[in-house]
Design a binder for this molecule. Structure first.
Ligand code: ASP
Ligand code: MG
Length: 404
């Protein structure tokens, strides 16, 4: 079998951890498997390098940032190869460029254009374990690039696709994907499987297990992978295309984003172009607006409406300034900000075929005395915005109602 194994920053945090990665790889190698290992930088290293550059200037050249950040993964590939040599295993490290990973030229967030894994095949055929630096590639012109934060996941998934690997394992510091964050919900369970779409929803909702782009890539190319722990031998969670049986489960997971803030514009003139100008100004200020709710219009001569939206809490002040600048020109009567909000979501492909899911969620919250301030839904997700102080008990109540 050809196996791609990816180890994240915490799994290679120090030489002890790197030795235990090598021991795990050795076990698979002893079974006769061909192994391609992808590693991240040791945990904290990428952040540390960014900090160094910013001590010199606030906005360093992105080309130089890529040259700098790529050293993090280059350190780990060499140390991992050395750890394998120490166990008597033949192993060789490759940078992204050496592994044949070609990207576009968008420094610090390059996209993989294609992979020519000739060197990898050569080494595998010579019975070597191949260790590839995650997160990096090179342009056709030979410039070093990086794939955006968390990009080692993408390297692993893309290599698994290019090599037609039989197995792709993403090793991390958790046992897999859970029905909810076990630190917040003690009854949360590890899932044996989850569909790409559910995984994507949970990741974008704050359950940060993997870089979202890598899951999108896996979906596009049908790469089945397993998220599992580098600290034990427990089976993890298989992430794959939706199968028939998956719809039998109504809800796969519950997630909570504690970083929301809400802004309500009271008495906004209700005429064409107003929403466009408000949200254009916010977008120009690089503010990511998540949920938007507009109420029914009131007043007949000069109809007005109330408009609420959510942003990341860190963006609230900036959003407030932008709205203040518009306020008199548009004629907004009042602006109310709520700083501490949470977004609670339930996700599951089973929602498509089960009715009454939203009603059950709202009823559960009502019985817990929790007021819902905003609601949004998609095909496989229902989200509500609630007061942050009630968010954790709300999460536990909803998890208990759907997942026990
Ligand atoms: N070292 C890079 C980062 O911290 C890539 C990765 O860890 O996946 O973002
Ligand atoms: Mg990482």
């Amino acid at each position: 079998m050809l196996i791609v194994q990816k180890f994240g920053g915490t799994s290679v945090a120090n030489t002890e951890r790197i030795k235990s990665v090598a021991a795990r790889v050795a076990k698979y190698h002893a079974k006769g498997d061909q192994i391609v290992v992808v590693v991240s930088a040791m945990s904290g290293v990428t952040d540390g390098l960014i900090k160094l550059a910013k001590e010199i200037m606030p906005l360093p050249s992105e080309r130089e940032m890529d040259v700098l950040l790529a050293t993090g993964e280059q350190t780990t590939i060499a140390l991992t190869a050395i750890a394998l040599h120490a166990l008597g295993l033949p192993a060789a490290s490759l940078t992204g460029a050496q592994a044949g990973i070609v990207t576009d030229g968008v420094h610090t967030k390059a996209k993989i254009q294609n992979i020519t894994p000739r060197k990898i095949h050569e080494l595998l055929n010579a019975d070597k374990v191949v260790i590839v630096a995650g997160f990096q590639g090179q342009t056709r012109e030979g410039q070093i690039t990086t794939l955006g934060r968390g990009g080692s996941d993408l390297t692993a998934i893309a290599l698994a696709a290019a090599l037609k690997a039989n197995l792709c394992q993403i090793y991390t510091d958790v046992d897999g994907v859970y029905t909810a964050d076990p630190r917040l919900v003690p009854t949360a369970r590890k899932l044996t499987e989850i569909s790409y779409d559910e995984m994507l929803e949970l990741a974008s909702l704050g359950a940060k297990v993997m870089q979202s782009r890598s899951v999108e890539f896996a979906k596009k190319f049908g790469v089945v992978f397993e998220v599992r722990s580098s600290l034990n031998d427990n089976p993890g969670t298989i992430v794959k295309e939706e199968t028939k049986g998956m719809e039998d489960v109504v809800i796969r997971g519950v997630s909570l984003d504690k970083n929301q803030a809400k802004m309500t514009l009271v008495g906004v003139p209700d005429r064409p172009g107003i929403a466009a100008s408000i949200f254009k100004s916010l977008a120009d200020g690089a503010i990511n607006v998540d949920m938007i709710v507009q109420n029914a219009s009131h007043g007949s001569e000069t109809p007005a409406t109330d408009l609420s939206f959510t942003v990341d809490r860190a963006d609230l002040l900036k959003a407030g300034k932008i709205i203040d600048e518009l306020r008199s020109s548009i004629g907004i009567r009042d602006v109310v900000a709520a700083e501490k909000m949470g977004k609670l979501s339930i996700v599951g492909v089973g929602m498509r075929s089960h009715s009454g899911v939203a009603a059950k969620m709202f009823d559960t919250l009502a019985q817990a005395g929790i007021n819902i301030e905003m609601i949004s839904t998609s095909e496989i997700k229902i989200s509500v915005v609630i007061e942050l102080s009630k968010a954790e008990p709300a999460m536990r109540a909803v998890h208990a109602a759907f997942l026990g």
